[in-house]
Design a protein around this ligand. Structure first.
Ligand code: 13P
Length: 246
């Protein structure tokens, strides 16, 4: 089995001084105590260059939080996948619910972004997840499988999928272990059936992952790691989550 991945999504947080300090703290910790999982941090675009310097040689991977679906062009304010590679990124988050629901991105847009990432050798972390209303209506599995089918590119050698129930993000609420297991099994089944090149892709869980629930979530079948928001902004918390893989 591939090493598990603990990814930190810093979202729109951090100025250069905080970001380099946080990244440097993680680099110091990993130098002193190697991990059994892989570590990835996804700072805001403005911090990527500084953070790349701070983690240079540490083995910590760097990722962007979004990219455009086009290779380049007249897209004011957007960032191309190749620009992320240029700064040392290996991964990029696409289709985060804060963009799907907050900024109206649909599956087609997310698919284009994931394909643009793969075209330049980045691993897209394609986020999927149901809203509270969809879960209450009993359609969580349908929603997630539809999102995977429509936002993961057809030939996907390089891929991570992240299951992030919208209602669990930043709320302190986490689905039951059975519910996480059911969704992850559904995602694995869709990948096996429809995306055989990516059948073994890591499937992360995200949504209120914290030091005190990480080990329990990581023990669930098919959970290949965590996509951590709030708790990735504190080195001690993120590190405690990362060591939960041991
Ligand atoms: P929280 O860990 O803050 O709930 O955020 C999860 C998330 O959205 C990661 O992408």
């Amino acid at each position: 089995m591939a090493r598990r991945l603990i990814a930190g999504n810093w979202k729109m947080n951090g100025l250069r001084a905080d970001g380099t300090q946080l990244a440097g703290d993680l680099a110091d910790r990993i130098a002193a105590e190697p991990l059994t999982c892989d570590l990835l941090i996804c700072p805001p675009f403005t911090l990527l260059a500084d953070v790349a310097d701070a983690i240079d040689g540490s083995g910590i991977a760097l990722g962007g939080q979004d990219c455009h679906g086009a290779a380049k062009g007249a897209f004011t304010g957007s960032v191309a996948a190749a620009m992320l590679v240029d700064l040392g990124c290996s991964h990029v988050i696409v289709g985060h619910s804060e963009r799907r629901h907050g900024l109206g991105e649909d599956d087609e847009t997310v698919l284009a972004k994931a394909a643009a990432a793969q075209a330049v050798g980045l691993t897209p972390i394609v986020c999927v997840g149901e809203t509270a209303g969809e879960r209450d209506a009993g359609s969580a599995l349908d929603v997630v499988s539809r999102q995977v089918r429509h936002s993961v590119p057809a030939n996907s050698g390089r891929l991570v999928v992240a299951y992030e129930p919208v209602w669990a993000i930043g709320t302190g609420r986490v689905p039951t272990s059975d519910d996480i297991a059911a969704v992850h099994a559904e995602i694995r089944a869709v990948l096996r059936a429809d995306r055989p090149d990516a059948a073994a892709a890591l499937i992360l869980y995200g949504g209120s992952a914290k030091p005190d629930n990480a080990a329990e979530i990581l023990a669930i079948d098919e959970v290949g790691g965590l996509l951590v928001g709030g708790a990735s902004l504190t080195a001690a918390d993120f590190w405690a989550i990362a060591t939960s893989c041991d």
